[in-house]
Design a binder for this molecule. Structure first.
Ligand code: 173
Length: 325
């Protein structure tokens, strides 16, 4: 299995380094391993690779990030655990993929403020208290913002009632789609195409951007508007590794992270492009009357926060207060 092999390799490597450097160089370069929970050809990974290039250019002789790969290197739902245990140093993932560590991971989709505001109002300090304490992770920052999720379907609906429909989900959409009556089936992104092709599911949840990356448009007839929540893909780091960095190394990482967040407005353009591309691909938009749309959105947030507060009575209410308008 990849993670244990990698762990063994790391242990061996660490031992070799310890032997080699025990009596030599004081300041050596730190190399960090990075894995993505999303596929190599996605816009998410393109943004990550751009950020890594900048860090490595600036970090010569001090800090280098090595991108190991995406789901071909490690199953997406294992990336969180691998960061927690230190098998890898950094993971680009969405919280929904590591609810196997703590339920709070999935709350970041519910933010209604920009990262700049969330850093100002103490929300990210709270996130780091939780991520440190419950997941052994340092939350570095958000790679994707301003991007809603949607329900995509192959069967037409005329009201928000999914009774009798089987929908592919992750924890992002599970409670909401179940509350609308769907039968929910959890899969990583890599299994969506086949599930659609075989008719195992009648639809799926995904952000407005990205369905073309694995050709899902070929198997998609409808998109339901409006979108809901805010797709969250972030960089998280093993806490012990974070603490072991020098202050200048941490400053470099965070400077580039904040710069990457400041560029998240670019997602709005990518989202508009994909919305047009979906129309060109023949995907029809299902909408509801304004009052029903309002109820659909209200339900999305109410169901998710109720669920979050139930599983995290300690932190759910605090996150809700700091994440919302
Ligand atoms: O796989 C998913 O549908 C999912 O949970 C997700 C989360 C953030 C961005 C893209 C997909």
């Amino acid at each position: 299995m990849f993670p244990s092999t990698l762990k063994l390799a790391l242990v061996t490597f660490a031992a070799t380094c310890a032997a080699a450097f025990a009596t030599t160089a004081p300041a050596q370069e730190t190399a960090l391993k990075v894995v993505s929970a999303f596929a190599e050809n996605t816009e998410y990974v393109k943004k990550l690779e751009g950020m890594i290039r900048k860090i490595n250019a600036e970090g010569k002789g001090s800090l280098q990030l090595n991108f190991i790969g995406g789901p071909k290197a490690m199953p997406p739902f294992e990336v969180g655990k691998a960061v927690q245990s230190g098998v890898i140093d950094l993971g680009m993932a969405t919280g929904a993929f590591y609810t196997n560590i703590m339920p709070e991971a999935d709350a970041l989709k519910l933010t209604q403020l920009s990262m700049q505001e969330l850093r100002r109002n103490g929300a990210i300090d709270l996130v780091n208290r939780i991520w440190n304490e419950k997941a052994g992770m340092q939350y570095l920052g958000r790679m994707i913002d301003y991007t809603p999720f949607h329900l995509y379907l192959n069967k037409k609906i005329d009201k928000p009632d999914l009774t009798g429909l089987k929908i592919r989900v992750t924890p992002v959409y599970r409670d909401f789609f179940a509350a609308l009556g769907a039968t929910v089936i959890t899969t990583p992104p890599g299994e969506v195409y086949t599930a659609l092709e075989r008719g195992v599911v009648d639809g799926y949840g995904w952000p407005i951007q990205g369905i073309f990356d694995a050709n899902w448009q070929e198997k998609t007839k409808y998109r339901v508007d409006p979108g809901f929540y805010s797709a969250e893909v972030s960089l998280v780091m093993n806490l012990a590794k974070w603490k072991a960095l020098t202050q200048p190394q941490r400053d470099l990482l965070m400077r580039q992270m904040i710069a990457a967040e400041a560029e998240n407005d670019a997602w709005k353009v990518l989202n508009d492009n994909d919305t047009k591309r979906q129309a060109q691909a023949g995907i029809q938009v299902i909408t509801f009357d304004p009052a029903t749309s309002r109820q659909y959105l209200d339900k999305a947030y109410a169901v998710a926060w109720d669920g979050m507060i139930k599983v995290s009575p300690q932190y759910g209410p605090q996150m809700r207060k700091l994440f919302s308008n």
